[in-house]
Design a protein around this ligand. Structure first.
Ligand SMILES: C[S@@+](CC[C@H](N)C(=O)[O-])C[C@H]1O[C@@H](n2cnc3c(N)ncnc32)[C@H](O)[C@@H]1O
Length: 136
């Protein structure tokens, strides 16, 4: 996979080869944290424009988690952009040694050169007002 500048989105991830439907693409790697810690970190990040938004909230086995991928680690999952209308992959939770990890899996055939996109899933009015691209 390649990191590219995508007009209007900052960096994005582009397929350097094709992927078949159901194939593992990349891990959304970061710190796995509980929601209270996530809220604390988020309010700190919101105070500074230096931080983008790299928090992914999810529920697994009735427990809420967040993966904070804010740190510039060089991992590619954190650079995958959003599409509600035309996603080509989705997140999936996999348990590794009893710890939930988040991966992206292709939902259709992805051709070489296609941008990797998944639906961030945020439908709240406030978020869409602040970030109109969430509706696209
Ligand atoms: C998880 S990061 C994705 C990588 C990011 N583009 C970067 O350069 O680091 C999420 C951020 O990317 C941008 N982004 C993601 N999807 C977008 C879209 N469809 N249109 C515009 N900006 C988008 C927003 O700034 C968002 O807060």
């Amino acid at each position: 996979m390649q990191v590219k500048e995508i007009e209007g989105k900052g960096r994005g991830v582009v397929a350097a080869r094709s992927f078949y439907r159901g194939e593992f693409i990349v891990e959304y790697a970061g710190d796995l944290i509980e929601i209270l810690i996530a809220r604390e970190r988020e309010s700190k990040y919101n105070l500074s424009s230096a931080f983008g938004c790299y928090m992914y909230y999810f529920k697994h086995n009735n427990k809420n988690y967040c993966i904070d991928a804010t740190a510039e680690t060089g991992r590619l999952g954190r650079l995958v952009n959003h599409s509600r209308m035309k996603p080509n992959c989705k997140t999936k939770v996999v348990m590794v040694k009893n710890v939930p990890r988040l991966i992206l899996v292709a939902t259709k055939t992805i051709k070489e050169g296609d941008e990797i996109l998944y639906d961030y899933g945020d439908r709240s009015k406030e978020s869409i007002l602040a970030h109109p691209w969430l509706a696209l």
